[in-house]
Design a protein around this ligand. Structure first.
Ligand code: GCV
Length: 669
């Protein structure tokens, strides 16, 4: 009772009642009691959703939904739309139902943001036809690199029992333009293609369809052997190709709008065509032929790094670039944004631009495998925008995001991780949107529209990814994470018998001369995989952008940086800046307290404190360890270590690769 009273007083102190919230409503928090006048002469499952959304939520004059076949709307494609004010009416127009659904969500977003909706003249068209989430969800309910609980898909209950969250998931995606989802992990169990599982997949596809969302599956290349009991999965074997054709036929008889397959082959132990001395193209094309008659596609991943070259960063290019032009036209090669693996900062993968005759799509990681899991606030739109500054958005065919969604009440673990789901959808729709615009949209819908709240919190979000880079891996350092779970720092990590390219020392190469991976022409020559003049710029230690210095160069500890400082001093200052930034986020959040309900404020405050502590942990671990090589003192303006290296080297988090550590597990300053 007393708690309730205190809570009420706190909430009223801000000038209004802030209802306790648990984050489950995401950015879709508007009142649903509007009873608007919505005119629409047609009926269909998609149009019914659009109408219902408007009817419940739209608070202004009448809205009319109209299908047009004129040149303007035809040019906007199947999913584009217009929103126009005509007299006192708002007219949503599109050439198809899907366009009207997106128009409805756009209009409601404007209302949620308190935008002026009295005179609208809007035309929208998505940049990509496929805007897809990749769930790394296992059939046993765990999620590889998922930090928000268990899988949303309750396979053991499906198809008989259907959770209301499936529809809520579809609705959230549709509201931000995501139109496709891969339900299961790329490390795929063949079981997903069994008839029993396909029935479960069908149940989900049926729920998602009215939200214009297509279902795709990750498939295991050896499925014909495991499920079909064939002696081989050789893509050139007739029986194997037949097996896939029959399976695809079965899938489409259940799910007529099935999207297609995502395939991780010959990577990290997964089977693939190379097991039979066939190429990735031969493997992909065999599946593509099976899917082609139904309009399905194959998304074939280029995340490969067989130890054939001494530099992991070069391997995807070496294996895939020679296959340019050899894939069928319903194959899209899916390439991670960077050449290694979703590090806090990577240069773009040189495969982009190097396969002019092959459709490519980018894979971003929304889940924060390498960015503090669901404990750290890292707003990722700036990272993805950075990719698009190097790779023209028009040069790729589609965008995939590895999902950060689980069955936690607030979907993503950290309330601010919802912003990354949101930003992924918005950027997949329109990569030209600014990170700031997306942050403002998300904040005002998720928390409230008061500029006194939005401005400082948006600023915090905008600085957050760089802060993570600074306290984890500045100046191009990469992959110095703890073994396996990738949460904390372990630049010293050695595991007897482990692949060298799974160990931090392979990447940082610290020695008494300097630090960093020499990928210039005097080293692995990875710089030559980039087009000119960028290749030359990256190749020279003098012209390489400093944020990539240690990615491409083994730089001496006393290398003079642009600031005039030595590399060592500059490195120390980056770590220091990261720590300060993370600390300042706690302050910003304190100031934001009056504007937010207590439940979400507390949840975020707790995590920001973890992040601030972890930043100190990262700084001390990395600097104390690297100091053993540099033998240089910390600059005066850098705070002294709080932890002892010896102690930090003993930290072993009792977590697996699908858990987020709790505060008690983490080293405390
Ligand atoms: C799904 C990294 C991750 C793996 C992931 C892999 C991939 O190696 O650590 O968990 O596996 O990438 O993208 O296939």
């Amino acid at each position: 009772m007393i708690r309730l009273l205190v809570l009420s007083i706190c909430m009223l102190a801000s000038g209004g009642w802030l209802r306790a919230e648990n984050g489950s409503r995401l950015w879709l928090r508007q009142d649903t009691t509007a009873n608007a006048t919505v005119k629409c002469l047609l009926h269909s499952p998609v149009l019914d959703v659009a109408q219902a959304e408007l009817k419940q939520t739209w608070k202004s004059g009448p809205v009319s939904l109209q299908l047009f076949s004129d040149a303007e709307h035809t040019a906007l494609g199947r999913e584009g739309y217009t929103i126009r004010t005509s007299g006192n009416e708002t007219v949503l127009g599109a050439s198809s139902e899907a366009g009207l659904l997106y128009a409805a969500y756009h209009l409601l977003r404007l209302q949620a943001m308190n935008a002026d909706t009295r005179s609208l003249h809007i035309s929208e068209k998505p940049a990509y036809d496929v805007r897809i989430l990749n769930h790394w969800d296992n059939l046993d309910g765990t999620i590889e690199r998922g930090y928000a609980g268990h899988s949303l898909w309750k396979w053991e209950e499906l198809p008989a029992t259907v959770s209301p969250r499936y529809e809520a998931y579809a609705r959230a995606n549709a509201s931000i333009g995501i139109n496709a989802t891969v339900l299961n992990n790329v490390n795929a169990s063949p079981e997903i293609l069994s008839t029993a599982y396909l029935q479960k997949v069908k149940a989900l596809a049926d729920i998602f369809r009215p939200y214009n969302i297509k279902v795709y599956l990750s498939v295991n290349f050896a499925s014909p052997m495991v499920l079909g009991k064939l002696p081989t999965a050789d893509p050139l074997c007739k029986e194997v190709a037949e097996w896939w054709k029959t399976k695809v036929h079965e899938i489409y008889s259940l799910i007529p709008d099935f999207g297609g397959f995502l395939v991780k082959a010959n990577s990290e132990g997964q089977p693939g065509p190379c097991d039979y001395h066939r190429t990735h193209a031969e493997g992909a094309n065999m599946m593509a032929e099976a899917l082609k008659p139904y309009g399905g596609i194959v998304m074939w991943r280029a995340f490969v790094y067989s130890p054939s070259d001494s530099d992991r960063a070069k391997q995807a290019y070496l294996e895939f670039q020679p296959l340019d032009g050899k894939f069928l036209d319903n194959v899209i090669v899916q390439v991670k944004n960077g050449p290694i693996d979703f590090q806090p900062r990577e240069p773009y993968s040189p495969l982009f631009g190097a396969m002019q005759h092959t459709p490519l799509m980018v894979e971003f990681q929304v889940t924060q495998e390498y960015l503090g899991h669901s404990n750290h606030l890292a707003y990722l739109a700036p990272m993805w925008k950075e990719f698009f500054t190097y790779v023209p958005s028009s040069s790729i065919q589609a965008v995939a995001g590895v999902s950060n969604i689980g069955d936690n009440t607030n979907w993503c673990g950290h309330d601010f991780a919802q912003a990354n789901w949101y930003a992924f959808g918005r950027l997949a729709w329109n990569p030209d949107l600014t990170s700031e615009t997306i942050a403002q949209e998300w904040l005002s819908q998720t928390f409230g529209t008061d500029p006194k709240f939005i401005q400082p919190v948006e600023d915090m979000m905008m600085r957050s990814r760089e802060a993570v880079v600074d306290y984890m891996m500045p100046l191009g350092l990469h992959h110095i994470f703890a073994w396996g779970h990738h949460y904390g720092p372990e630049p010293w990590c050695t595991i007897p018998g482990a692949r060298p390219d799974w160990l931090p020392s392979y990447y940082h190469q610290a020695d008494k001369e300097g630090i960093g991976f020499n990928r210039s022409h005097t080293g692995s020559n990875a710089t030559a995989q980039y087009p000119e003049p960028l290749a030359q710029q990256l190749d020279s230690i003098d012209t390489c952008p400093e944020e990539f210095l240690l990615w491409f160069h083994h730089a001496p500890w006393n290398h003079q940086m642009k600031s005039g400082a030595t590399l060592w001093d500059e490195l120390c200052r980056h770590y220091e800046r990261g720590v300060k930034e993370a600390g300042s986020f706690c302050q910003t959040w304190n100031d934001a307290k009056p504007y937010i309900d207590a439940e979400r404020w507390n949840a975020v405050a707790e995590r920001l404190q973890i992040q601030a502590n972890d930043a100190v942990w990262w700084k001390d671990a990395c600097l104390l360890y690297f100091q053993k090589f540099s033998r240089m003192p910390f600059p005066k303006d850098v705070s002294r270590p709080v932890f002892k290296l010896k102690k930090l080297m003993k930290v072993k988090l009792p977590i697996s690769n699908y858990e987020c550590p709790t505060p008690e597990m983490l080293p405390q300053p």
